[in-house]
Design a protein around this ligand. Structure first.
Ligand code: GLP
Length: 275
């Protein structure tokens, strides 16, 4: 596992975007797993900049999103801040700014009439395109990946999840409150890729910033693997794992010097995933 510690959010985002761009350049028809939340916004902004200024080409890229609230869907008639669907988030933060083809965008359908059938179909589509090359992930404050709340099986597949109180509180603060949407209007359920689904991605890129995540970052990366911190399953991934943190999020790790040493040596020997 490569743990890269950057000074701040901007540098974390730029580094994550570099990793994604490198994959797109080396495999133009790659399959990306994408995440929502406040954390990846800077990464998406940097990818948009690379598209606009450096010609980063999304025309053959396929994407699958991790999750979506159940009961809501994108409504372009509404102003962005009143549309809390993750589909709208992706559209506003990334898709509308780059040349990705609509038919290559797969998002969990929050308005599906048959969630179980939909989840099955979603898994089938991931298989049909040959699996996910790189899965981008944030980290929930309770240690979740996507909406795999504490207690989710570490082999779980795409399914409906009941959201945890901490997640509802955090997402209310980060998104709904600003839009003046009443808490009672927040969806309590979501469709989420499972931990087992995520672990099948050929590589993992997790980004985390902020002092409020420092405790959970330490549990996830240095603590025991447990369904109480579903992202601790990162320790089970057999492929390339890159974790990019800002200094605040890394501050409670016990082996910071070691991670920095590994990063330096990997650069020195040309083994770093990107410069
Ligand atoms: C939500 C999403 C997760 C995300 C998490 C953290 O719960 N379902 O995929 O990682 O929020 O969000 P933030 O980046 O805003 O801290």
């Amino acid at each position: 596992m490569d743990i890269i510690i950057k000074e701040n959010y901007e540098q974390m985002s730029a580094y994550a975007a570099k990793i994604i761009a490198k994959l797109i350049r080396s495999k133009p028809d790659c399959v990306l797993g994408l995440a929502t939340g406040s954390t990846p916004i800077g990464t998406y902004q940097e990818l948009v900049r690379m598209h606009q200024q450096e010609g980063l080409d999304f025309s053959q890229v396929t994407v699958f999103n991790l999750d979506e609230y159940l009961g809501i869907g994108m409504d372009l008639e509404k102003p962005y801040h009143l549309d809390q669907s993750y589909a709208r988030f992706m559209y506003e933060e990334l898709f509308k700014h780059v040349n990705i083809k609509p038919e290559n965008i797969y998002l969990p359908d929050g308005l599906t009439k048959d969630p179980e059938e939909f989840c099955h179909w979603y898994e089938e589509q991931i298989k049909r395109v040959g699996g996910i090359d790189l899965q981008l992930l944030g980290l929930g404050r309770d240690g979740h990946w996507a909406f795999n709340e504490p207690g989710s099986s570490l082999t779980s597949r795409t399914r409906v999840q009941v959201l945890d109180q901490q997640t509802l509180d955090d997402n209310y603060e980060a998104f709904y409150k600003k839009a003046n949407i009443d808490r009672s209007q927040m969806p309590q359920l979501a469709i989420t890729m499972g931990i087992g689904t995520i672990l099948e991605a050929r590589s993992i890129l997790m980004i985390v910033n902020g002092a409020h995540k420092a405790d959970i970052v330490a549990k996830c990366l240095e603590g025991p693997i447990t369904s109480q911190v579903t992202a601790s399953a990162i320790q089970l991934h057999p492929g390339q794992i890159t974790v990019v943190l800002d200094e605040a999020a890394a501050s409670k790790l016990t082996r910071i010097d070691h991670y920095k040493h590994v990063e330096r040596l990997k650069r020195q020997y040309g083994l770093a995933i990107v410069d």
